[in-house]
Write a protein that binds this ligand. Structure first.
Ligand code: GDP
Length: 310
C-alpha cells in the first residue's frame, strides 16, 4: 500500500474512472479528491452537483459505470411522473435514488451547512473513507457562450446534446477564495494527480480559483496529469470543442502548456509517443502509456507509473 498524502483533482468521468480501482493502491485515509463544482445545477430546487456526485457514487461503488453518472440500476419514476403525468418539459435526467442524495444535500444546505460540510456528511453516510472536497463553498458557475445565448454546461451538454458552436467558456463567481481544507490538502500533499478530466470545464474551474493555482505553483508535492486527449481528439465529451473556443490546439501537448507552471509529469497515450521529443521545451517529464482506462489493472498501472517518478 502506498502510504503518502495524495490529492486528485477531478471532474465527473475520466478521473472517477481512474479512482474506481486506482484508489485501492493507497491508504484511503490519506487520499483527498478536490472536485469541480462549476457544473452544479438547481433542478426543481434540488441541488445537483454532477461531478462531486460521480466521485461520491464511484467511491461508494454505486456508480453506473456505463454512463459514469447516476446509480447503477436506479429507477426514473420521479422524472417519468413529472414529464408524463404533470406534463413538465424535462430534459435533465436524474434517477430516483440519485434524487434522494440531492434531496439530502439540499436539505442540509437549507439548514445552514456549507458545501464542504455537506459533502463530508454524505461521505460518512456512504462509508467513504477518502476526503472529498468541493473546490469552493461559494457558487462558481461554468458558462458556455454560444452564438445565440450564454448557457449552463448542463443545458449545453444535456439539452442541446453539445451541438451548438462554442464561442467561449467562462467562470462566473468569486474566484478569489477557496476553502481552508482545499489549501491544507494541497499543502500537505506528497503527490497531486490531475486525472484525465476536461481541462476546460472540469479542471479549468478548479485552476481558475486563484488561491488553488497559487498553492499548486508553490507546493512541494509532485504534480502529475493524465491526458484526456489522444491524438487530435478527446477520449469523450466536449473537451475538443471547449479547447478550440479557448484558442487551443487539441493535442496532449496543450495540457502540458496549460499546466506548465506546476506540472512535473504528464502521461500521454502510447500512440502519441512521437510527441515526447517536444517535452524538452517544458520542465515536465513525458511518458507514454495506454491511457484508455478500461480495466482495473490499467487504472492501477497508470497510478503505479506516476508513483515511480515521484
Ligand atoms: P465530465 O465532468 O463528465 O466532463 O468528466 P471529466 O471532465 O472528469 O471527464 C471527461 C474527460 O475524460 C474527457 O476529456 C475525456 O476525453 C476523458 N476521458 C474519458 N474516459 C477516459 C479514459 O478512459 N482515458 C482517458 N485518458 N481519458 C478519458
Amino acid at each position: 500500500m502506498i502510504n503518502k498524502n495524495i490529492v486528485f483533482l477531478s471532474g465527473g468521468t475520466g478521473t472517477p474512472k481512474l479512482l474506481k480501482d486506482g484508489i485501492k493502491l493507497f491508504d484511503e485515509q490519506k487520499v483527498t479528491i478536490i472536485g469541480n463544482t462549476g457544473d452544479d445545477w438547481n433542478f426543481y430546487g434540488l441541488y445537483v452537483s454532477p461531478d462531486i456526485d460521480s466521485v461520491l457514487l464511484t467511491l461508494s461503488n454505486l456508480i453506473d459505470t456505463k454512463k459514469w453518472w447516476g446509480i447503477y440500476q436506479d429507477s426514473f419514476n420521479l422524472i417519468d411522473f413529472l414529464q408524463n403525468k404533470l406534463r413538465e418539459q424535462i430534459w435533465f435526467n436524474l434517477g430516483d435514488q440519485d434524487a434522494a442524495l440531492c434531496l439530502l444535500r439540499t436539505n442540509l444546505l437549507n439548514h445552514g451547512k456549507n458545501l464542504t460540510e455537506v459533502t463530508e456528511i454524505l461521505c460518512k453516510k456512504l462509508s467513504i473513507i477518502p476526503q472529498i472536497l468541493p473546490m469552493a463553498d461559494q457558487r462558481i458557475q461554468t458558462r458556455i457562450r454560444t452564438p445565440t445565448k450564454i448557457m449552463h454546461l448542463q443545458e449545453f451538454w444535456v439539452k442541446y446534446k453539445g451541438k451548438p458552436d462554442v464561442i467561449n467558456v467562462f467562470f462566473d463567481g468569486d474566484l478569489r477564495v477557496t476553502t481552508l481544507s482545499v489549501l491544507e490538502a494541497i499543502e500537505k500533499a506528497d503527490v497531486i494527480i490531475l486525472g484525465p478530466s476536461n481541462p476546460v470545464s472540469s479542471i479549468g474551474p478548479i485552476l481558475a480559483i486563484n488561491p488553488i493555482r497559487k498553492a499548486l505553483q508553490s507546493t512541494a508535492a509532485f504534480c502529475a496529469a493524465i491526458s484526456p486527449i489522444i491524438g487530435t481528439d478527446a477520449v469523450s465529451g466536449p473537451t475538443g470543442k471547449f479547447l478550440r473556443a479557448w484558442g487551443k490546439e487539441i493535442t496532449p501537448l496543450t495540457l502540458v502548456e496549460m499546466y506548465q507552471d506546476f506540472l512535473d509529469l504528464c502521461i500521454i497515450h502510447e500512440t502519441d509517443k512521437s510527441l515526447l521529443e517536444n517535452f524538452s521545451s517544458y520542465e515536465t517529464i513525458g511518458i507514454a502509456e495506454n491511457i484508455l482506462i478500461n480495466s482495473p489493472e490499467n487504472a492501477m498501472h497508470l497510478i503505479k507509473r506516476i508513483m515511480e517518478y515521484c
